[in-house]
Design a protein around this ligand. Sequence first.
Ligand SMILES: [Zn+2]
Ligand SMILES: [Zn+2]
Length: 588
Amino acid sequence: FFFVAMSSDEEDYVEYEDEEYVDSDGEHPQHEAADISNVLLEDDMLEVKSRGYFVGLDSNRIECSVWVGFPLSFFTKDLLFACGLDHAKSVAVKLVFTDPPVYGSRCPTVKDKHIFIRQTTKRDFSTLGLSDCEPFGLWWTLEQRLSEYLQQEWKEISLGQQRTMERLREREKLASSKNIKHLMEIHAVSREVAKLALVHSNNHLDCATDLLFDEKKKLELQKEGKNSAAPQVRSVDGINMLLKCLHCVQKRIEDCTRFCIVCDKPHPLQLLKPTVCSEDLCNFQFTNMGLGINIENEIVKSPQACDLLISMTTGASFSGRHFEPFPTVEAVFTTPSGESRKISFDRNKPREVGEVLQKCPSISKMIDMIKRGCLREELEAVHPLLYKLLRWIVGTNRCHLHYLTDSSMRVEGVHTEHQFILRSTPPEKERAFKQLKQEHRGTFYAFHGSGLGNWHSILRLGLKNFSGTEKQSHGAVYGPGIYMAVDGATALFYAGYGHVGTGWQHSQFGASVKCSALCEIVNYGPEDGKHCTGQLHRPKCKHSTSSPHYRVEMEELVVTRYLFIYANKINNTGVLAKDLKIPKNATV
Ligand SMILES: [Zn+2]
Ligand SMILES: [Zn+2]
């Protein structure tokens, strides 16, 4: 009975003979199955490796653990950023088989703690251990999904493995391990060549020896050995469990923004970041079990974006209406008398959320706490719900907000230096947008202004779902759709409407700010408003002859590009979207 370990750099094997399991003639029928499984594992690992994945084996008498993985650079930068993943790291999947410790002996499940998904900086998986790995935002979700997938596919996987093992058994019958070993020692040939010599001579050791003494035939065998790598067995009829797992995990990372990360229900609206659905239970698990994001990382990595998100939620809380989605956060609080009580926010008292946020220390103070390793402790001392509320605020944002510190990256001509890149479109929608841009006459830019608190909803529910409904503070007076203005002043008028002075008092941008987004719009339909086809209404089109705005009903025609933050007093008069100088890379 051999345990096979594979070094990740070379194509050779190291074999450890386990004396206890080898009886006098070296062929123990009881362990034949395990032996064949090892050959199967060896084959599966070889194939996985040949496809550029990482692979490693950690086997002993109690458990057989297989590691497989891939570098995160497999994915696009946008996706990695949205998921808080580091392209220099790798995803590592550990599958454990115990009782018996044989590859494929039973379906690994999360419940049995036989599936682990982590990230690691190591690329050599042959010596990988859990201590070299760390959890990341999606580990819980990916483990659940892989577990469900394996259970669902297990019948097929087992059957496939059975079929492959039948073939392997045939092959092994023709070349017993003992004879292979003998030939390898005597003739100093590789395992594959020794095996082939035996296959060609029906496992007669003498015949095989003769074959290998013939230099010409030996060369032929070596050539054949190189060509007939073991994985060929697999491609004929088998199923490679490791490969299936890798594909499942890869696909799940690619699709992570499409489904709730807790219950796996598809999101009605696909935005850029993975998050939970609106079910209270999912929200609860997300915020209270620490799924999804690492708030400490987010604050350090994107301090301005976190600052703005807190301001927007504060604004939504004080706006007195349409505080959607509402934070479902729960904490256990110990009263001075020692009894513990569960507390949460009350939907009927939305201002409470803002009042708690006003007590939240500034971002720079929080970064200090993170450095001292006591953010959670200190925030919970301020208010028992504060830490979880911040996690919820940052974790439920579904757009990519990137503060532009480099002035050359900013849009020239807008009266503010506080500019963010704002992206809400997932890659395939972005592709569809580019397609539309080509089919119609290019694009133009326009502003979308909305009250500070409304942005809380827009970043989570999307522009379309928010616009053109009773939620829009000024109402959809000219009909449904996303309203756009070509001049900055009009947009800011809407941005300030009814929401002055209601932001976060510790924000670096000030307590009283206005936001407007610069959007790119496909130049769709006839220019002349008399012939308006309805998807994109130009100012004073036949549907709304007095409207000074662009009104977009077809959501696919609009993507957000920038978000501008203005101090309250600025009015942006005379700023026209068409005159702005937009850095080239903005639309890439
Ligand atoms: Zn859900
Ligand atoms: Zn129209």
